[in-house]
Each structure stands twice: as structure tokens, then as C-alpha cells.
Design a protein around this ligand. Structure first.
Ligand code: PMP
Length: 461
């Protein structure tokens, strides 16, 4: 074990990690990166197949990104937004307004996805209080949803493994079914049901809209639940029913935003405009922590007036940090100059074409794709969808195997997640997918699967 690894193990507690397993196993030290590859301390290069946890868009050490941050460092790294304006935060806000869905006209900065969602929850709540609709306090969420790790965002989350232990700390949310056809429990023929899942949402709203402040949703894909893809049209219908019942629609584009689904935002696929939209991750091209919560004029204006009653009392030390906002500006510049969105359909189609081959693998149950967000669900028996016992840690084993082949990916349970940087070429996407194919085949068809004791966390993100 080298010095860095031993010091990491001496001092650091890693996220979403059973530290006993971490300590027991050799770990990789990343020292550098180039384009879409990460380089370890031995000089080995690995594809960054999950974009460094769904954040990196244009590759690492992109000259435009690097230069923008260096230039900003020559001016000021940080200054507060409490009582002061800074240049990059203002410029970025103006530019973001040109790419977000029409109808969203104002933004509130924060630091990461969880804070962006936390802000939306608090704002939606206060909005109805300000309107005198005091009973509108509840939030509707989808089963299996994930919106972050703070107490508010966990309250609107629905992943039992992560969230159950905290249940007595949380406020109560109303849960609607997860709209993923492969896992549908509502009807026997989900491909032809006319979206029974949206009918369930409508029933909830019709019955309880007077006590509901907002519905919050990860649009098109419930990513952290295992890339659970929604049927086309679901989001549009959701916009219609939330409007019909005067319930705010809060769209969490933390994972889907900035090109991941093939368009700038998931909302663009269904041409909808929510009441609020939350972004983080890709907003800085995956370089620095920054987030934004967007809202309509209508919501913003409700908070204008008497200071005591109508102020939104929320803010963070690094809100609107100039260095992060400079990275955000560089990110949008690359989208424009390198015509990133125009290049995506070819990449998305290449991935789709190659994924068809995966159906030949004996343990692939479902393949879900929205743009370059891909989940391959492994099951013991695809015929009746019998899952692999979690103790086998099949997803984790496939990802470990992929490392042997030069690809870093992370599983979510038995779902192998592939979310490459948007900058990946068609050739690189095909190569990475061929390595995933090989790893799945080796682990599920050629090796004897052994039970892994204790480490449920090792099978999750
Ligand atoms: N919302 C969604 C949809 C996410 O996928 C995530 C993180 N994966 C978050 C919120 C939380 O973001 P962060 O980790 O930046 O707090």
C-alpha cells in the first residue's frame, strides 16, 4: 500500500461506503486525468465511464474550462453574495436564462444538488404560505426517488436502503408509483396501458390538492434508483395534471441537465416548463460545485415586499462563488462553440445500436437509455425477472471486472450504470460498451458467483 492510500485509510470516511470493506480492500489513487480518461498513480489510464459521478461533460483538463478558472483566479476567487454583486454570477445567470425552459426567469444559486432541491422545497412551501393557502404543505414524490442527502431532500426521497434509518427525522411525503414499465406493479401490460401511473398521480392530486404544495420529480430517468426510465409522454401529462390541480411542479434536473438525456434539459424532450427547476452537477462542466434553483416570475414576485414576512431566509457561504460561476460560463461556451448538442444524436444512436447486442447476454433483464444515461439491469432469470440476491453483489463485481479492462463504472444494486462524458467520441462509446459487455459476460456467465458477506453498501452507488 503506498503512502497516499494508507493516509486516506487513516483519515478519510468516503461517501456511500462501508468503510470496513474500504479498509480491507486495495483502493485506486487517481493522480491526473486527460480527456475522458483518469490516470492512477501507477500511470494506468481508465475511461471515466460515469463522468466522475455524472458531472463531467467535456472531458478533463479541457483548455477552455481550465483557462476560464485560471483567468478568474487572477481577479477574485470568492466574495459573498450577501449584500454584494459579482461579475461571473451575474453573467452566468443571464446566459442560463437563454437555455432553460421558457417561463423560468429567475434563479437562486447554491452549491450542490441537495441544496438546490432543499431550496426548492422551502420556497414552494413558503410560496403557498405567502398566498394564504396555509394548508398546502405536502409534497408528492415518486417511489424510488432520490433528490439528495440532506434531511429535507431525504424526506422527498424514496430509496429504502438509504432513507429508512432516518425516518423519524423526516417530514411526511405522499408517494406516487414509480413510472418505470419494467418494474410496473400497476398493470400486467405496461407498454399498452395508457399510462396507468399518471392516473395514480391524478387520483392523489384530485383527492388531496388542497394540502399539496408541490410535486417533485426526476424527469425522464430516476437515476439513483437504477436508471429507471419513464415512458415518453409521462412528463408532459404530469405538467398537465399539476396545472389542473394548482400544484407546483418542481423538476430535479440535477442528473439529467446539461445534455445528458440528448437535449439540454429533460424538459426539452416534452416541451414543458416547470414552476421550478433544479440543476447542479454538469452546470460547471463537472469542474466545481455549483447549483441553481430556477423559478417563474410568479413565484419570485410572491416574495417581494415586507421584509419580515416575505424574505426567503436561506443562503450559503459560497452562494454564487465567482470561480464556480466562471466555470459555468466556460461550460456554456463549450456547448456553443463545440456544438455539443448537435453532436449528441449520433452518439446516442451508436450506443442504442450497440446495446441491442446486450440482449444476447444470459442475465440481462432490461436495458434502459435516455440519451447518454444508460442502465443495464442484471437479473438471475430474465424470463420471470427473478433478481440476483443482493449478497452476490453482481453489479459491483461487473464494475470491478471492468476496471481490469480499463474502464471505471459504478453499479446501483444489480444495475450497471454507464454515463460517459458527452465529449466521448462514437468510437470511444462503442469501445466502452464493448468492455461492459465483456465484463458482464465474464462475471455472470463464466465465473462462479460467490456470496459476498456483509457489504450491502458495496453494491450501491
Ligand atoms: N437530485 C438528483 C436527481 C441526483 O441524482 C442527485 C445526486 N446524484 C442529487 C439530487 C443530489 O446532488 P448532490 O450529490 O450534488 O447533492
Amino acid at each position: 500500500m503506498n503512502e497516499i492510500e494508507s493516509k486516506d485509510k487513516e483519515y478519510i470516511w468516503h461517501p456511500f461506503t462501508q468503510m470496513q470493506d474500504w479498509l480491507d480492500q486495495p483502493q485506486m489513487v487517481i493522480e491526473a486525468a486527460e480527456g475522458i480518461k483518469l490516470i492512477d498513480d501507477q500511470g494506468n489510464a481508465y475511461y471515466d465511464g460515469v463522468s466522475s459521478l455524472w458531472v463531467n461533460l467535456h472531458g478533463h483538463r479541457h483548455p477552455t474550462m481550465d483557462q476560464a478558472i485560471i483567468d478568474q483566479l487572477g481577479k477574485v476567487a470568492h466574495t459573498t453574495m450577501l449584500g454584494l454583486i459579482n461579475v461571473p454570477a451575474t453573467q452566468l445567470a443571464e446566459e442560463l436564462m437563454t437555455v432553460v425552459p421558457k417561463g423560468l426567469t429567475k434563479l437562486f444559486y447554491s452549491d450542490d444538488g441537495s441544496t438546490a432541491v432543499e431550496i426548492a422545497i422551502k420556497m414552494a412551501y413558503q410560496y403557498w404560505q405567502l398566498h394564504g393557502k396555509k394548508k398546502k404543505q405536502k409534497f408528492v414524490t415518486l417511489a424510488n426517488s432520490y433528490h439528495g442527502d440532506t434531511i429535507g431532500t431525504v424526506s422527498v426521497g424514496g430509496i429504502d436502503l438509504f432513507h429508512r434509518i432516518f425516518s423519524s427525522l423526516l417530514f411526511e411525503s405522499i408517494q406516487a408509483p414509480s413510472p418505470c414499465c419494467y418494474h410496473c406493479r400497476l398493470v400486467s401490460d405496461p407498454q399498452n396501458c395508457g399510462m396507468a401511473c399518471i392516473d395514480e398521480v391524478e387520483k392523489i392530486l384530485a383527492h388531496r390538492h388542497e394540502e399539496i404544495a408541490a410535486m417533485i420529480i426526476e424527469p425522464l430517468v430516476q437515476a439513483a434508483a437504477g436508471m429507471l426510465a419513464q415512458p415518453p409522454g409521462y412528463l408532459k401529462r404530469l405538467r398537465e395534471v399539476t396545472q389542473k390541480y394548482n400544484v407546483l411542479l418542481l423538476v430535479d434536473e440535477v442528473a439529467t441537465g446539461f445534455g445528458r438525456t440528448g437535449k439540454m434539459f429533460a424538459c426539452d424532450h416534452e416541451e414543458i416548463s416547470p414552476d421550478m427547476m433544479m440543476v447542479a452537477k454538469g452546470i460547471t462542466g463537472g469542474y466545481l460545485p455549483l447549483a441553481a434553483t430556477f423559478m417563474t416570475d410568479e413565484i419570485y414576485k410572491a416574495f417581494l415586499g415586507d421584509a419580515q414576512q416575505r424574505t426567503f431566509f436561506h443562503g450559503h457561504s459560497y452562494t454564487g462563488n465567482p470561480l464556480c460561476c466562471a466555470a459555468g460560463l466556460a461550460n456554456l461556451k463549450i456547448f456553443r462553440e463545440e456544438k455539443v448538442l448537435a453532436g449528441l444524436p449520433e452518439k446516442v444512436a451508436a450506443a442504442r445500436e450497440q446495446l441491442v447486442n446486450f440482449t444476447a447476454l444470459k442475465h440481462v433483464g432490461d436495458i434502459r437509455q435516455w440519451g447518454l444515461m444508460i442502465g443495464i439491469e442484471l437479473v438471475e432469470n430474465p424470463g420471470d425477472k427473478t433478481p440476483f440476491p443482493w449478497e452476490l453483489a453482481v453489479g459491483a463485481k461487473v464494475c470491478k471486472q471492468a476496471r481490469q479492462h480499463g474502464l471505471i463504472i459504478r453499479p446501483i444494486g444489480s444495475v450497471v450504470v454507464f454515463m460517459p462524458p458527452l465529449a466521448s467520441t462514437v468510437g470511444e462509446i462503442k469501445h466502452m460498451l464493448s468492455l461492459i459487455y465483456l465484463s458482464i459476460k465474464e462475471v455472470t456467465e463464466e465465473q462462479k458467483l460467490q456470496y459476498v458477506s456483509k457489504d450491502v453498501s458495496a453494491v450501491m452507488i
